[in-house]
Structure formats: C-alpha cells, structure tokens
Design a protein around this ligand. Sequence first.
Ligand code: SF4
Ligand code: SF4
Length: 695
Amino acid sequence: MTRQIVFIITVALTLGIFGWTILRIYSWFRITKPFPIGDYGKRFKMMMEVAFGQTKIFRLPFIGFLHAMVFWGFCVILIGSIEMIIDGLFNTDRILRFSGIFYDIVMASGDIFAFIIAIAILVFLARRIFANMKRFSGIEMKHVSHLDANIALTLIFLLMISLLGMNMVYYILHSQKTDFAGVYPISKFLTREFINIHFFSVPVLLNLYEIFWWSHILLIFLFANVLPYSKHFHVFMSVPNVFLSRLEPLGYLYNMPEITKEVKLMMNLDTAFSAPTENAESVVSRFGVKDVEDITWKNYLDSLTCTECGRCTAVCPANITGKKLSPRKIIMDVRARMKEKGPGIVRVGKGFDDHKALIGDYISPEELWACTTCNACAQECPVNINHPSIIVDMRRYLVMEQSAAPGELNAIFTNIENNGAPWQFSPQDRLLWAEGLNVPVMANLVNAGKKPEYLFWVGSAGAFDDRYKKVTREFAKILDYLKTDYAVLGTEESDSGDVARRAGNEMLFQMQALMNIEVMNRYEVKKIITCCPHDYNTLLNEYPEFGGKYEVIHHSQFLRNMINDKKITITDGIFKDRKITFHDPCYLGRGNGEYKAPRDILDAIPSEKVEMKRNKSFALCCGAGGGQMFKEAEKGDKEVFIERTEEAISTGADIICTGCPFCMVMMTDGIKYKNKEEEIKNYDLAELVSKSLGL
Ligand code: SF4
Ligand code: SF4
C-alpha cells in the first residue's frame, strides 16, 4: 500500500512538472503565425516512412543503423514502461502477461533491444567524447550542447542497464521457483554466463528487483522531464514533426498571399481582390521574418525537434567551404531566441520589445546571403526540417523591409524589372541566340492559326548567357531534327523570377510570374519544355498558385523520352573514348527528384561513365543557386564551384556534363580556374546528344 501511494505521488509530480513545461512551450506556439496543413493520408505515409521507417537516418548507414535500433527499441520498450506504470498504480505484477505470446514477443524484443541500445549509446558517447567529429563542432555547439547530449545519452544508458538488471533478477527469481519467467534471451544468457542463480536468497532477490524496478521507473520520469530542456526533446517531437512536415517538392518556396494582393493592385489586374487569401490571418505588419513573432508554428516546431546532429551543416556547401552559414545554427537560433523573447511576448503582448532580434543579434545577414538554396540540408535532415524556407523568409525581410540586399543583387533586381533579365540586355535581343536557325515564334504561329504542342521556354540564361546560348541552339536543332511541334515566346518571354524569389524579392518574383502567366495563358500554353532546372522548378511548382498550370518537362526528360521512343538513336560513337561525369543540378535532382533522366541519356551515348563521390541526392551544389551566381561569395576558405570542380576533376573524367545554365557557368569557371581547359570540356546534355547526332 505504501509503495502504491509513493508511486502515485511520484507519477503526479512527474506529470505536473511535465505538464507545466509543455504548457509553457505551448504558450510560445500561440505567438507564431499560421501554417497550412492538410492531406493527412500523404502525411501518414511520410510519417511511416521517415519517422517509423527511419529512411533518412540510413543515409549514413552505420550510425544510421545504430540510431534506428535505438528508435525501434524505444518503441518496443515503451510498452513495458506503460506496463510498469499500470503495475505501480494498481499494485499488480506484470499485468500485461495475460496477453500470452504477444507479451512474450514484446518482452523478448525489449530485452534484446535494451542490450543493443546500451551498446549503441556507448558507441555514440565514444564518438562524442573521443572521436572529435567535425559534425559535432561549430560555433553553435557550445559546451552546454555537448554536456546536454552526454547527459541525455548517459540517462538512456542507465535506463537500459536498469531494465536489463530488472529482467535478470526477475529471471533468477522465477528460475529458483522453477516458474516460467517469460522470454528474456539476453538477460537469461547474461545470468547463465556470469551469475550463479543459487547464490542469492529470495528476499535478497526481491529487494534487488525493487531497486532495479524503482531505478528504472524513476529514470523514465526524470528523462521525461529533462527532455523538453534538451536536444533529446526530439524523442517526443520527431514523429509529429515529420507528420506535419511539408509535402511539396524541396524546390518549392511558399507563397506570400499578402504580396500577391499588393502586386495585383500595382499591376491593375481586375482580379486584385480575388488573390489567394487562405492565410488571411497571417497578414502581417512586416514582410518576411525579422524575429520570432514572424515565424510560423511549424518553424518553431522544427526548432524544438532539431537533434543538433549536424547532418545539415555537414553537407552545406557554404559551410564546407568555410563560410559562416550553418543551417543547424539557424534552427538552434530560432529555438534560443524564442526561449528568450517568448516569455516577454506572452507576458506583455505582441508589443514587447527587448531591443534585440533574431536577425542581427542571433543570425547575421552574412550567414543568410551565403545560402545557395541547394536544399542539401533539408534533404539530409532526419526529422524533415526545412532550412532554406526560413532562410529565404529572413532574406524577404532584409530585401522588402530593409532594402538591405547585397549591391549586386539590387542591380539584378533593377535589370529584371527594366529588361526582364538579370543582365543589362534589351528585351528586344531575347531572340538573338536563334540567328541563322529556323526557330518558330509563338505569336507568328498563333497569328497563322496554329497552336504548337510545346512552348520551348528559353529562360534568361538560355537567351543571354554566351556559353548557354550555344546549348539553346543545340537543343533547338534537336527539336527541329525531331520535327517537334513547338514555338518560343521570343521577345514576349521575360525572366521567370526564380532568382528574385530566392534572393528575397518576392514582390518582383510575383510581378514576373503574373506577367509571364498572362502571356502563356493568352496563347493557351499546355506543355512547356525548358533546359533550365530553376525555371523548370518555378514553372512547375510555383506558377500554379498564380494561375499558370502547365505540364512542364525538363529537356533531360524530353530527350530521355525521345531515346526511349527510339526517335533518337545514337550510333555514332564520337564520345566512345571519352570519360563523362554528370553534375546533378540541385533544382532538378534534390529540388524535384529527377536523377534518372540525365543518366539514361548518358547511357544511350557510347562512352565511359563515372560518378562523382557526392552524386544524386548527395550531390554538392555548384554554388550558383539562390542568387549566388550574381554576387561575390561570402568570405570563406574556398568558392563552392572550385570545391565541386575539384571533385569532378578527381574522377579522371574528361567531360563534365551538366543540365543547367547556372551549373554550366560555374563548372566552366571552375575548369578555367584549375587551368584544365585543354584536358576537360564542359557540355550540356543537349550538346552531347546533338553532337552525337551530327547536327
Ligand atoms: S540550402 Fe544549401 S547552402 Fe543553404 S543552408 Fe542548406 S545546404 Fe547550406
Ligand atoms: S536541422 Fe536536422 S539535420 Fe540539422 S542538426 Fe537539426 S536535426 Fe540534424
């Protein structure tokens, strides 16, 4: 009876403290902005795959395997913990035994998992204490972060030891009574190997059992109350965070409906007042994110879920090349700033001002401008945190509220606004790339009563960049060779707005989007082919919200389809003695999951193929995205394009193949920088196909 009362008081205290902590955290959620969710079926599938299936964890196979064992083990052991609480509350002994075989399976697997988890935790601790791993360092990883991790790991280790101890004593006790104790393979093995089961008397065993039982349950209660203050809060948060994480392709950026309304008004569009308003309550006093009251509840949930594992920072091209940006730091800063400012806002209201802000006091503009929006961080994060979206939200604040973009970006904003391209070319020159070719123009065809099947979206780089103009010409020759029914917009095409959006100028992006959509819808465009993965992503994923719904095909997909349909057959082996490596464009690969089409094309071209060490979803960015191509890189040890070119060169390939105008510029610069222009060539997929066809 006394035992039961003590236990009930302990449970009440545990729940009380835990509840108080959760209510405190919940009150900070209430000062955040809305974030729409829906499509629960898809979310459930993602949760089963990523959270319960631990699919992303396995991207680092060895340590991923150990972590998955810990996660799955926790799930099983949880059943035993629930049983202990019921036993404690109602003074019963192993109440769930009535379930027979199910109970035996759960107990047996719990026993095995306890042993595996203990070993895994020792490995984790050894790595943290002795291995000096780069992933666990960085300016955001203060002494307290390491201490926190080590304390939580030690608690888990003690939990497993107390569980095994409890099982062993339980087994001995029942063996002495020649009673069936249940199935505890590891405890049985350890007992038989190391302990004389007749050494202990029954009273001693009963006391020992009580000691292990109480140690284990008290450690659980302590652990539950330590977690919300620790990075190990992810034990609770990771499953819901994955369930609530975004469903859109990684390349997609969230819309700002409040900007749409302003842009439509500015452009005098009749539909000004029918702009999307689903987030009407989110209309804010400022654009973008300056401080924690501007973030969404999902941003805050992300920050609470972050395990500080550093997988994001370890793959960040900016961080790898010595820049200040660390995606893990961005997420940890959000959490720390909320902890600092949240109580003040809850107490005083939204007007609370402590004369500090997330941008400036925690995160510097230098960090924000170093991001290439390559999505390597988001791809890697085991709990589906999306870093680029909050980085761009902070850029939106800098650009639209502070006019504080780097000078070079301001120049490209002006160029896009005036010329419809990031460079200072006249819009009238947009079709000069096609000189000497018979390229059909949409307006002419439509005037002649024709409606082409495809729009070939050339893009700003395709129309104006000297190197990429050659690719555009080769692709147009292929379209001609295939007798494709297509047309270009010519001078009616304007910049897609991709760079403006990722550089934080949402207003300019939306103006470009609405203008282009108006033109394309007027021509009743249905299918679009483009060579640019950035425009592919923007047209496919971002234009639909503004009324531009098209079937968008990247030229690698189009060419692969033509090869599969035998409309392109490459018999001439002009590249047969060449070694080709493919650089995955971020916005085709990670952004939209297309890794196969480029490789299928290369497979159809007789030649030797070699992969870079970091390829497909692990590929390193070329360093151009997110507006980086148009500005000086932030201070670091190296430029990203040099790092990537060195990796490509180390494969021994004599052709670096790309499928993106930005990658083309960066890899060409990289080859020049390394003085390898004689030995190594940089070709687009379209050029390899067109040269192989002898066009
Ligand atoms: S998107 Fe790329 S550059 Fe930006 S933080 Fe993530 S990994 Fe780093
Ligand atoms: S954001 Fe994700 S990948 Fe980065 S440290 Fe946190 S949990 Fe790890």
